[in-house]
Design a protein around this ligand. Structure first.
Ligand code: C5P
Length: 244
C-alpha cells in the first residue's frame, strides 16, 4: 500500500459546509476519511455521501456498542451506506462482534450485489485518550497493554478484521495477531504537535514501524493553517518510514 492508502483523516467537524471545504481541499491527496459521532449525529448519511462523491473512502467510526441484535441492524445500515470500514466496541462481547460481521456480510451481498466486499469491521480496544489511571477508575485490574491484548483476542475470536489501538500497543498486537490483521492507530502526532486530549500518542513513523496498517490523523491536519501541507508532510514521513 502507498502512504496515501494508509492515511485516514478524521473529519471531526459539525456541518456539511466544513466537511465539503476540508474534503475538497484534501482530496485527492487524502483518499480515506473518518466520519465519527459528531459529524454523523449532525449530518447523517449526507456526510458519507459527500466524501464518497469526492472519490474517497469512508471509515464510519460510530463505535457500535449495544445488544447483538441492535448492533447487527446498525451494521446492516452502515453496509448499505457503502462505507469501507466501520467499528464496534470490543467490550460489547464476542456475540455482539460476531453478529456485526455476519450482518455486514449478508447485507453486502443483498444490497450491493454478490461478490461485493463487505465493509471491514474493526473492534475498538481502548480509547487512546485513556491511560492506566482510567482503567483503575473503571475497576479494571489490568495494565493498558494487557487489557488491549485481551480485547484483541475477543476481536479474533469473533472474526473481526482488526482493531483500533494506540501505536504504543501496536508492536505487541502485530506480533500477537499476525501480519494480515488490520491495526488502525489514532493518536498520531507529528513531532512537536499539540496532544489535545490524547494520552497515548506516537509519531507517524513510529506507528508504521510498530506495524500499523492505517493511521488516523485528525487535528494535526484539520486544524493546521494549511491542511494540505500538513497532510503532505505526514505522507512524506510515512514514505520515509516504510519505503515501497
Ligand atoms: O484529532 P485527533 O488526531 O486526536 O483525532 C483522532 C480521532 O480518532 C478522533 O476522531 C477520535 O474519536 C478517534 N479515535 C481515537 N481513539 C480510538 C478510536 C478513535 O482517538 N481508540
Amino acid at each position: 500500500m502507498t502512504p496515501a492508502e494508509r492515511l485516514i483523516v478524521a473529519l471531526d467537524v459539525a456541518d456539511l459546509e466544513s466537511t465539503r471545504r476540508l474534503v475538497q481541499r484534501l482530496a485527492p491527496t487524502v483518499t480515506h476519511f473518518k466520519i465519527g459521532s459528531e459529524l454523523f449525529t449532525a449530518c447523517g448519511p449526507a456526510a458519507v455521501e459527500l466524501v464518497q462523491k469526492a472519490g474517497a473512502k469512508v471509515f464510519l467510526d460510530l463505535k457500535f456498542h449495544d445488544i447483538p441484535n441492535t448492533v447487527a441492524r446498525a451494521a446492516r445500515m452502515a453496509t448499505r451506506l457503502g462505507v469501507w470500514m466501520f467499528n464496534v466496541h470490543l467490550q460489547g462481547g464476542v456475540a455482539m462482534c460476531r453478529e456485526a460481521v455476519a450482518a455486514a456480510q449478508e447485507e453486502a451481498q443483498k444490497s450491493r450485489g454478490s461478490g461485493h466486499p463487505r465493509p471491514l469491521v474493526l473492534g475498538v480496544t481502548l480509547l487512546t485518550s485513556m491511560g492506566e489511571k482510567d482503567l483503575v477508575d473503571l475497576g479494571i485490574r489490568k495494565t493498558v497493554k494487557d487489557q488491549v491484548l485481551y480485547l484483541t483476542q475477543v476481536a479474533q475470536k469473533a472474526g473481526l478484521d482488526g482493531v483500533v489501538a494506540s501505536a504504543q500497543e501496536t508492536k505487541v498486537l502485530r506480533f500477537a495477531a499476525g501480519p494480515t490483521f488490520v491495526i488502525v492507530t489514532p493518536g498520531i502526532r507529528p513531532a512537536g504537535a499539540s496532544l489535545g486530549d490524547q494520552v497515548r500518542v506516537e509519531t507517524p513513523a513510529v506507528a508504521l514501524k510498530a506495524g500499523a496498517s492505517y493511521l488516523v490523523v485528525g487535528r494535526p491536519i484539520t486544524e493546521a493553517a494549511d491542511p494540505v501541507a500538513a497532510a503532505q508532510a505526514i505522507l512524506q514521513e510515512m514514505a520515509a518510514a516504510s519505503p515501497q
